[in-house]
Design a protein around this ligand. Structure first.
Ligand SMILES: Cc1cc2nc3c(=O)[nH]c(=O)nc-3n(C[C@H](O)[C@H](O)[C@H](O)COP(=O)(O)OP(=O)(O)OC[C@H]3O[C@@H](n4cnc5c(N)ncnc54)[C@H](O)[C@@H]3O)c2cc1C
Length: 297
C-alpha cells in the first residue's frame, strides 16, 4: 500500500460567475470545496483530511486576479498569487511588509500557485500573510447570496482552520485602508530551515511617527504560529506609544508579546522555545524598525 494513496475521485468545475458558485455551494453543502491555487486543498485531499465530491475552482471569477490602489487604499483579488503580490509596484511602494511576507512563503514555484486568499481562508495560525494583513488592518471581502460584505481580518479568524465565512460565501478580495505615511515594517519568520518551511514563530513589526502618541511613534505588532489565531499585541503597542523608543521600552514590549502568546508543544518545537523566540524576534523587529525610523527624527 502507498504511504500516500493519492487524490480521491472528485468532480471539478471551473466557475465563471459568483452566482454559479453560490448555487453549487448551496446545492452541495459540505460535499463541495472551493479551490484557488490548490496548494493547501489538494494536499489535504491527498492525505484524506478532506473528501469533497465537488471541487469548485474560483480563481477565474471576475476581479479575483486584480490589484488596485487608490485614495481608498489597496484592493487585492483573493486569487492574486504570492509572487504577483510580492512584486506588484503599489504593494512594494505602500505595503512593503505585505510584499515581504508573501515573498517568505515556501519556494518560488509554490508562490506561483499559492494565493493570498487561500492563505487567509486556510486560517492556519502560521500563515505568512496573516500578520501583515492584521497590521495593515485588512478587511476580508465575502460574496454570498445577499451580495458583498466585509469583515476585519482581526475578527475573521476564529480558530485553527476556522473563520467567520459562511458555507455559501466566497472570499473574493482583501481590502486595506491607506497605510500610515512613512511607516517601516519587518517580517521575521523562524522556520526549521531558512527557506521553504512553515513558521514555527513569526513576528511582524510596523512603526510610524505619530504626534498624537506621547512617545511620538506608534508600533503595531502581530504574532503568528503561537496561538490558535494570528494576533495583534495591544499591550505591547500601548507601551510603545507611551514610553520613549529605546531598549527599555522594547524589552517591556517584548515581554508583553511573550505574555500574549499561548504556544503549544508539537513535533516542530516546544512551547517554551516558541515563547522565547516571540521575545527575541519582537525585540529584534523593534530594533530593526527603529534603526530606520529613528534616523528620520
Ligand atoms: C510544500 C508547501 C509549503 C508551504 N509553505 C508555506 C509557507 O511557507 N507559508 C505559508 O503561509 N503557507 C505555506 N503553505 C501553505 C499554502 O501554500 C498557502 O496557505 C497558500 O497560500 C494557500 O493558497 P491556495 O491558493 O493554494 O489555497 P487553496 O489550497 O486553493 O485553498 C486553501 C483553503 O481555502 C479554501 N478556499 C479557496 N479559495 C477560497 C475562496 N475564494 N473563498 C473561500 N474559501 C476558499 C479551500 O477550500 C481551502 O480550504 C505551503 C504548502 C505546501 C504544500
Amino acid at each position: 500500500m502507498l504511504a500516500r494513496p493519492g487524490l480521491p475521485r472528485f468532480e471539478y468545475v471551473a466557475a465563471r460567475a459568483p452566482d454559479e458558485v453560490i448555487r453549487l455551494l448551496t446545492e452541495h453543502g459540505d460535499a463541495a470545496r472551493l479551490m484557488m491555487g490548490g496548494t493547501d486543498l489538494l494536499v489535504r485531499m491527498r492525505d484524506g483530511a478532506f473528501r469533497p465530491a465537488l471541487v469548485i475552482d474560483v480563481k477565474g471569477l471576475p476581479g479575483m486576479r486584480d490589484v488596485a490602489y487608490g485614495a481608498d487604499g489597496l484592493r487585492v483579488g483573493a486569487a492574486v498569487t504570492m509572487n504577483e503580490l510580492a512584486r506588484h509596484p503599489a504593494v512594494l511602494a505602500h505595503y512593503p511588509l505585505l510584499a515581504e511576507s508573501a515573498n517568505s512563503v515556501a519556494s518560488y514555484q509554490l508562490r506561483n500557485r499559492a494565493t493570498i486568499g487561500g492563505n487567509l481562508c486556510n486560517a492556519s495560525p502560521c500563515a505568512d500573510t496573516s500578520p501583515a494583513t492584521l497590521i495593515f488592518e485588512g478587511r476580508i471581502v465575502l460574496t454570498g447570496p445577499d451580495g458583498e460584505r466585509d469583515v476585519s481580518a482581526a475578527n475573521f479568524f476564529t480558530g485553527p482552520g476556522r473563520t467567520l465565512r459562511q458555507a455559501n460565501e466566497i472570499v473574493t478580495a482583501i481590502r486595506f485602508p491607506p497605510p500610515p505615511p512613512s511607516g517601516i515594517g519587518t517580517y521575521l519568520k523562524l522556520g526549521r530551515n531558512k527557506k521553504g518551511d512553515l513558521a514555527l514563530v513569526s513576528v511582524a513589526v510596523f512603526g510610524y511617527r505619530d504626534a498624537s502618541a506621547p512617545s511620538g511613534v506608534r508600533f503595531r505588532i502581530a504574532l503568528g504560529a503561537v496561538a490558535p489565531v494570528v494576533l495583534r499585541v495591544p499591550e505591547a503597542e500601548a507601551i510603545l506609544a507611551a514610553d520613549p523608543p529605546g531598549e527599555a521600552a522594547f524589552a517591556r514590549a517584548a515581554d508583553a508579546a511573550m505574555d500574549a502568546a499561548t504556544p503549544i508543544n508539537d513535533v516542530r518545537a516546544s512551547a517554551a522555545y516558541r515563547d522565547e523566540m516571540v521575545h527575541n524576534l519582537t525585540l529584534r523587529g523593534l530594533r530593526a524598525v527603529w534603526n530606520t525610523l529613528g534616523k528620520g527624527a
